[in-house]
Design a protein. Sequence first.
Length: 35
Amino acid sequence: MADLDPMGDWMGRGARALENPHTATGEESLEKLYA
């Protein structure tokens, strides 16, 4: 259930999301969210 843990692999997911146009959930990229 590591995928459901908000503090589990969040940093790893965040780093990959910055490289991808969309996050794992298909939302706007983190670059736009944090812009």
